[in-house]
Write a protein that binds this ligand. Structure first.
Ligand code: MN3
Length: 209
């Protein structure tokens, strides 16, 4: 059954970009709530021991009465798992390794990619996420999803994700989502994103989603 992972750094590690209080509430309350509600929704189904990305790629196999709860809380669970992983102190800058090369190949340049990603964050109405994903044809794409919808639902693998729910930024940035998005670029852990990209490519070879 899904377990809430510890944050891989201290609550205040991403200051001044992401403030300590927001990180604490975001992890200990929001992510914890998605995790416990996901467990409650999966209980008694055939999917208690299935990986959550796999469950999200076949929501229609769940009992109809469980599908919404698993979509929202399963998405909330895996989206935040990835979010904490791709952030870090003393990070930011330009992408390293293969992910840097592939961003150049797919978007023309890192600046073009950043612009596309930031635009998607600014134009996502209401709550949602912005993604850099690996598609099954091995190309990269940028798009946003509403609510807690996950790229796994459409068989894409998320490499980088940015939470644009107000709970992610309101304490520090109030309604200034673009300032929060600018701050995000200072805390992206590109080394970890590169290893996630590598794992995603290997997993694609193994599964036929
Ligand atoms: Mn959140």
């Amino acid at each position: 059954m899904p377990v809430l992972p510890d944050l891989p750094y201290a609550f205040d590690a991403l200051e001044p970009h992401f403030d300590s209080r927001t990180m604490e509430i975001h992890h200990d309350r929001h992510h914890a709530a998605y995790t416990s509600k996901l467990n409650a929704a999966l209980e008694g189904t055939d999917f208690e021991n299935t990986s959550i990305p796999a469950v999200l790629s076949m929501l229609d196999k769940l009992p109809e009465s469980k599908q919404n709860a698993v979509r929202n809380n399963g998405g909330g669970y895996v989206n935040h798992n990835l979010f904490w992983e791709i952030l870090g102190p003393n990070c930011g800058g330009s992408p390293k390794g293969n992910i840097g090369t592939e961003i150049d190949n797919n978007f023309g340049s890192f600046d073009n990619f950043k612009q596309k990603f930031s635009d998607a964050a600014a134009t996502r109405f209401g709550s949602g996420w912005v993604w850099l994903v690996l598609k099954s044809d091995l190309t990269l794409d940028v798009y946003s999803t509403p609510n807690q919808d996950s790229p796994y639902m459409t068989c894409d693998t998320p490499i980088l994700g940015l939470d644009v729910w107000e709970h992610a930024y309101y304490l520090n940035y109030q309604n200034r989502r673009p300032d929060y998005v600018n701050a995000f670029w200072n805390v992206v852990n590109w080394e970890r994103a590169d290893s996630i990209f590598k794992e995603a490519k290997e997993d694609l070879d193994k599964t036929a989603c």
